[in-house]
Design a protein. Structure first.
Length: 220
């Protein structure tokens, strides 16, 4: 699945920017609070406006402090998937359950330097694992290939039946890096600049999907 990141879009025309990628699977929304990460983007009021302006499922990535308090509100508003950072949560399991009770998928994200093996026991409470392939906070960063073993490990857990979730990757995804990410085992790809800086964002979505599918199924 391809999830264009509106962090790279024109914030003055978000409804139009959503329409431009209507062929994508999710619309990725980065919520930053200038505390957990050194950037400030948007919050729940803008998400509510987007929900009223598009039929695309919103994939809300909360890079914020105190997600235990704030994350369920995004699910209650109508987001399809609400992801928060394990590094910021006091009770990740209870927050995941609150998100699910509100009707959304629950996602857990890890920074590039955070190991995921210690969280195997709680990952069964989640629908999505988001592996950051850049340091969270700003778009346009270089893809960090050193995180790919995390993706491979997670895919192994899914294949073995220990987990059942989407494996999402976010940061520096473009026509080249999506191949390595797909080969490692990711199945949801967040891309910002590679889509919104293209002359035709919709065609860029299609091209990324083709590249990912070819990498997942090299013999087809």
């Amino acid at each position: 699945m391809i999830a264009p990141s509106i962090l790279a879009a024109d914030f003055a025309h978000l409804a139009d920017e959503a329409d431009a990628v209507a062929n994508a699977d999710w619309l990725h929304v980065d919520v930053m609070d200038a505390h957990f990460v050194p950037n400030l983007t948007l919050g729940l009021p803008v998400v509510r406006s987007l929900l009223n302006s598009t039929d695309m499922p919103l994939d809300c990535h909360l890079m914020i402090e105190d997600p235990d308090r704030w994350a369920p509100g995004y699910a209650e508003a109508g987001a399809a998937n609400v992801t928060f950072h394990v590094e910021a949560a006091d009770d990740a399991v209870q927050t995941a359950r609150a998100i699910r009770r509100a009707g959304a998928l629950a996602g857990l994200s890890v920074k590039p330097g955070t190991a995921i093996e210690p969280y195997l026991e709680i990952l069964s409470e989640f629908d999505t694992l988001l592996v950051m392939s850049v340091e969270p906070g700003f778009g346009g960063q270089r893809f960090m290939a050193e995180v790919l073993p995390k993706v491979t490990w997670a895919r192994g857990q899914v294949k073995s039946g220990h987990l059942r979730l989407f494996i999402e990757i976010d940061g520096g995804i473009d026509a080249d890096t999506i191949v390595a990410a797909a080969e490692a085992g990711a199945d949801v790809f967040v891309a910002g600049s590679a889509i919104y800086e293209a002359s035709d964002p919709g065609k860029a979505v299609d091209a990324l999907r083709v590249a990912a599918r070819a990498a997942m199924n090299p013999s087809s």
